[in-house]
Design a binder for this molecule. Structure first.
Ligand code: PGA
Length: 305
């Protein structure tokens, strides 16, 4: 077992009704109980000790159901979290079909996937839009420390920012530059606009000198590996993850906490070899997350190492 904080996330995409999500999660929690994760008895040597997080991103229509089932299994509440598959950057108003941060926080979502390649490619989401969404999340978190605001809302929201090159870019040898560009386009807007905002908050709460609002998960998902049946070579994945680590450390020192997870044809067959890599902190799983047994095996293999 490594020291890194492991994140195993399931992205259901546009699959499963709320009734199907209920059946799925009931089955998943049953398996989780059987796995004998050490929750109470730290002396029981047969138990698996892990703080590896499981994140479910069901469709919006199933968030309520998923929230209820997690509440019913609250002994796993520190391990099992919810994510929304998207958010809009405005907090309310005439935006037909969109969903706000407030709405997903009402179901206690801890994470929001932002900039998934399917939204970039199929729904034409631009870099500007993605940057505004990231800013909206960080801004929400910065307001959370305002005490009045805090009473009404529980917990902050952590963006899962998706980046990744297509096959042409990979073949042309420009994948690293491309991913760095995607990170910059998504994060620079926050970097430039949050500072003044933070100053205002600092003025209000004079006793708090260090405020950590910026927490981020980057999901490196090469577009050519998504739903393709074969993932990236683990060595190539490690190179890109290491590069993303370096890029964030060098350019975004205000982001205190970040993880870099991999997505693209992750299965129970390749999870171990991916997780062995130093800079691969976890995975974002699409197709193989749709069956509770297969996603459970991915989690089990990731934590049993
Ligand atoms: P996949 O999808 O596991 O089906 O390749 C991953 C994703 O798009 O997040």
């Amino acid at each position: 077992m490594t020291d890194k904080k492991i994140i195993i996330a399931a992205n259901f995409k546009m699959n499963k009704t709320h009734i199907e999500v209920r059946a799925y999660l009931n089955s998943f929690f049953k398996k989780l109980k059987e796995l004998n994760i050490n929750i109470n008895d730290k002396t029981d040597e047969k138990c698996i000790e892990t703080d590896a997080e499981i994140i479910f991103a069901p469709p919006f229509t199933a968030l309520n159901e998923a929230y209820n089932i997690i509440e019913e299994n609250i002994e796993f509440g520190h391990l099992v979290k919810l994510a929304s598959q998207n958010i809009y950057f405005e907090s309310a108003g005439a935006y037909t079909g969109e969903i706000s941060i407030e709405m997903i926080k009402a179901f206690d979502c801890s994470y929001a996937i932002i900039g998934h390649s399917e939204r970039r490619c199929i729904l034409n989401e631009s870099d500007d839009l993605i940057a505004k969404k990231i800013f909206a999340v960080f801004n929400y978190n910065s307001k959370k420390i305002d005490l009045n605001f805090c009473e009404k809302h529980n917990g902050k929201l952590i963006p899962i920012l998706c980046v990744g090159e297509n096959l042409d870019i990979r073949k042309s040898g420009k994948a690293f530059d491309f991913v760095a560009g995607q990170l910059d386009k998504a994060l620079n807007y926050s970097k430039n606009n949050l500072n003044s905002n933070m100053q205002n908050i600092n003025d209000k709460l004079k006793d708090k000198s260090i405020i950590e609002i910026d927490e981020l998960i980057v999901a490196y998902e090469p577009v050519w590996a998504i739903g393709a049946g074969s993932s990236i070579e683990p060595e190539d994945g490690e190179k890109m993850h290491k590069f993303i680590y370096k890029h964030l450390n060098n350019n975004y020192s205000s982001i205190k906490n970040f993880s870099v997870i991999y997505g693209g044809s992750v299965t129970e067959k390749n999870i171990n070899i991916l997780m062995e890599k130093e800079h691969i902190d976890g995975v974002l799983v699409g197709g193989a997350s749709l069956d509770p047994q297969s996603f459970f095996n991915i989690y089990k293999f990731a934590v049993s190492k």
